[in-house]
Design a protein around this ligand. Sequence first.
Ligand SMILES: NC(=O)c1ccc[n+]([C@@H]2O[C@H](COP(=O)([O-])OP(=O)(O)OC[C@H]3O[C@@H](n4cnc5c(N)ncnc54)[C@H](OP(=O)(O)O)[C@@H]3O)[C@@H](O)[C@H]2O)c1
Length: 288
Amino acid sequence: MKKISVLVTGCSSGFGKLIVLKLAREGYQIYATARNLKSEGVLEVQEITKRENLPIEWYELDVTKQSQINTVFDSIKDRGLDILINNAGFGILGPVEKYTVQDVKNQFETNFFGVVRMIYTFLPLLKKSLRPKIITISSIAGLVIAPAYGLYASSKHAVEVFIEALRYELFDSNIKISLIEPGGFDTNFTKNSIGLKIKKDELIPSWYRNVINIRNRHVGAENNIISKKRDPQLVADLVFKIIQSKNPRLRYVIGQGAGVGYFLRKLLPSSIWDWMMRRILRYLSVVK
Ligand SMILES: NC(=O)c1ccc[n+]([C@@H]2O[C@H](COP(=O)([O-])OP(=O)(O)OC[C@H]3O[C@@H](n4cnc5c(N)ncnc54)[C@H](OP(=O)(O)O)[C@@H]3O)[C@@H](O)[C@H]2O)c1
């Protein structure tokens, strides 16, 4: 019997790496993609693939490059595609006013237009599948607005709207569309985030310095998972659960701080939320 095929973006580290391993071990045919096929993470997965004889094929794909997306499309189109997983992304973190229009565009090029390009390109193949799904890794930051996440959260909010509208509009197709809204997980996300390495810039507000200090104390990394709740394997397992589900939900909130933040944001009136944010920033501005 033909294996169910899954295309995943951003598989060189973090969630992407774990998603392809989890699904390949469960018997899915994986089209894994990464923008650098010689990166440490890709070589590590290739080594495991060989050892365990897993069904994983690799393709070079930067989600900002339509020509590379087209090349992958041409390579797999005759075999079809059942599931698309939009995972590639990164964060430009820091005070909104410190960035430029070009920075905002760069953030959107990957996190938003990357998703848009992948969906527009592969939708025709998914429509021919008997069990098509699109799963997009968004972020709790796409639902709850917090300081220091302005650029990143803007791009993820755009993803939220685009995907939700698509889900409604495809009501009479068999394509199941879901979003995953992770809170904090220990991947290479923090290491790869622009804006967290600010050193001696006098113009950086003190509240933001404290945000960085707190992050540095309480956030791990791919090879340094600091608590079970921050283990990115939980997200890979959730992807598998969604794939197996006949009728997946639109949104899956998961991870540290995500459920509580989402619940409070929905529950509290905006005026209280606004007051809380200002209080927190005022406190972070003075605390040493
Ligand atoms: N970790 C968290 O706490 C968290 C929370 C909420 C949401 N997320 C989301 O989860 C997704 C995966 O992130 P992660 O946590 O696994 O971080 P990660 O370890 O940094 O992995 C990000 C992956 O995306 C790839 N990528 C970045 N820009 C790309 C581009 N233009 N084209 C193709 N691939 C690109 C990276 O490739 P390179 O190795 O080449 O850089 C890497 O493989 C992202 O969408 C992120 O926004 C993460």
